[in-house]
Ligand binder design. Structure first.
Ligand code: SF4
Length: 219
């Protein structure tokens, strides 16, 4: 199997490399971004897969074409994800588009990307934002979920998918974007400083105790 030589190039089982591309807001690359992607696909003969986490995955690259793809991406509003930073939140479309929505989702997602996109983190934290409790973006089964209610966003903590999927626990309500950003940043810090082995947030909370966790992150 190929070795990682360039941040952002992820070795695949078949010896090729892939690039995970973050799409701020989960929805809205600009027309220019699409043009750059189309040009890149033509020139580098790569595939673009849309992942379940609302990312783009550029496939079928060798190292040289991978470096060129990273150069293309640097000219766009899209981020090539490196291994150790926070991911874009998963978002549903929210207000004003969805009939059921109680909150807008794009502005919170944008704020989070602006303030935290390159926040280093040692372990995996997935964040979701939903415009209402229907949770189409699975915000209630991710490590940190913000679920729109009339008065703000209900916070769900410690959910995850996988073979033993788990719904997060309701741990409070936030009423501003700054509060959400601060919470995610504090949890990222907690991971950086205390989590030495591969772990998910629910296990960290179990070890710390819910009350201690809430106190640490200000919930
Ligand atoms: S979670 Fe609610 S607001 Fe978002 S798309 Fe689903 S129904 Fe609409």
């Amino acid at each position: 199997m190929s070795q990682v030589t360039v941040p952002g190039l992820v070795p695949q089982k078949d010896g090729s490399f892939a690039i995970y591309v973050e799409v701020p807001k989960g929805a809205c690359p600009t027309a220019k971004d699409f043009q750059s992607l189309a040009q890149m696909m033509n020139e580098l003969k790569c595939k673009v897969h849309i992942t379940t986490a609302q990312k783009l995955m550029i496939l079928d690259l060798d190292e040289e074409r991978g470096k060129k793809a990273l150069e293309y991406l640097a000219e766009t509003n899209l981020y090539a994800k490196t291994a150790l930073d926070l991911s874009q939140p998963r978002v549903c479309v929210g207000k004003p588009y969805c009939k059921l929505a109680l909150q807008e989702t794009f502005p919170l997602s944008e704020t989070m990307m602006e303030k935290l996109a390159r926040e280093p983190i040692a372990r995996k934290i997935k964040v979701g934002i939903a415009g209402c409790p229907a949770c189409c973006s699975w915000a209630n089964v991710l490590d940190i979920g913000f679920v729109g209610v009339k008065s703000g966003f209900q916070v769900f903590i410690g959910g995850h998918g996988g073979a033993r999927a788990k719904v997060g626990e309701k741990m409070g309500l936030i009423t501003s974007h700054d509060q959400a950003v601060e919470l995610v940043a504090k949890i990222a810090k907690l991971f950086r400083e205390n989590v030495k082995i591969k772990s998910r947030l629910d296990r960290v909370i179990k070890k710390m105790g819910v009350e201690e966790f809430k106190k640490t992150v200000g919930l």
